[in-house]
Ligand binder design. Sequence first.
Ligand SMILES: *Cc1c(COP(=O)(O)O)cnc(C)c1O
Length: 424
Amino acid sequence: MHHFDYLDGVLHAEGVSLEKIAAEVGTPTYVYSSATLERHFTVFSEALKPLNAHVFYAVKANGNLGVLMTLARLGAGADTVSEGEIRKALAAGIPASKIVFSGVGKTPAELAFAVDAGIYQVNVESEGELEALSAIAAAKGKRQAAVLRVNPEVGAGGHAKITTGDAANKFGVSFAEAERLYAKAANMPGVSIMGLATHIGSQVTEFSAYREAFLKIRGVVENLQKQGHKVERLDLGGGVGVPYEMSYPYSHGPDTVHAYADMVKEVTAGLDIELGFEPGRVIAGNAGILLTRVLYTNQRADRTFLVVDAGMNDLVRPAMYEAYHEIWPVKQPAADAPRATYDVVGPICESGDTFTTGRDLPVLKQGDLIVFKTAGAYGATMSSTYNQRPLVPEVLVKGPDYAVTRPRQTYEELIGLDRKPGWF
Ligand SMILES: *Cc1c(COP(=O)(O)O)cnc(C)c1O
């Protein structure tokens, strides 16, 4: 469910024509829909709230200030993986009391920042980190609320690079060590160990993997409780997938989220515990598109390249994860419009800068606008300036209005990031 639709033959984000945004902001540019973000967050949190749940939006999916402020107003907490993300969440008005801090490589400086900020919870991922956190907080005369992230040895996700719960993945403490480390944490001066966390992967569409992982973690909770430990929180992570293809064998929207909530309800039944969720993609994925213009068509004997002005530096998912993005022309094609097969590529000097090969699309020509759909998550946040290309703008639409929530980086800003060595 999203709010990108044709209106009078032109693709709109809510009430705003994408032709208008292209003319006024230029291309390439990301465009996000407030109504879609709000709907996804509301559906998710309402489905989970009856389970005594807190929802921490995963900032790394889309950390644009306008997006975070939109979600903050709905009461969202934030799941963060760096000091930068904590700062961004705070800047968006998400209080420290609703921020959790995950990640395998938190630096001592980042842990100290989190403790000083008074965040809700640190999701500790290793014994070394547990010791570091306790020492840092104790030196400040504080105790930081923490949960222990356990690797359930159940991987899931849309691609090997976004699977996190497998035994071979770097995330979390080993399943076998969880109870020992929990007992150790319970006796440490600088942490208040509150419970467990897990996160098995991203773009998870098979809830059987969740069920298996969550039941394993539940077993650890019960063992710890039997041993007399206080286990008050269980953070079940994020990862709920979204459909990237219209024909995806997986529905999205209230039905998916309700099925997820039902599964969680079943596997946590009878546990007296506060649940935490860290959805990213399912909130932001379908709430954004990348708007780009066709620069050239390059006809070869065996294929036609459609060269667009967006590159893998702007949207890396196809190059990095072999991800699929629907492509829609901004001008609505007639039902009987002629079609052609294209390899859609960007301008970057890498053959990997290919968004898709052999895609059947309405015939497109130089100057036409197209969008990559479902680019609201892991799009702009993963972009770079590779090939010295300025970061692209981000636009947030709300009903008939839009705001440029991140202007296009200027060449002065881009080049100004560097400093000349003193010896020149
Ligand atoms: C990335 C991440 C998430 C969000 O994953 P989605 O697939 O976007 O829902 C949640 N929790 C942790 C710890 C993460 O690293």
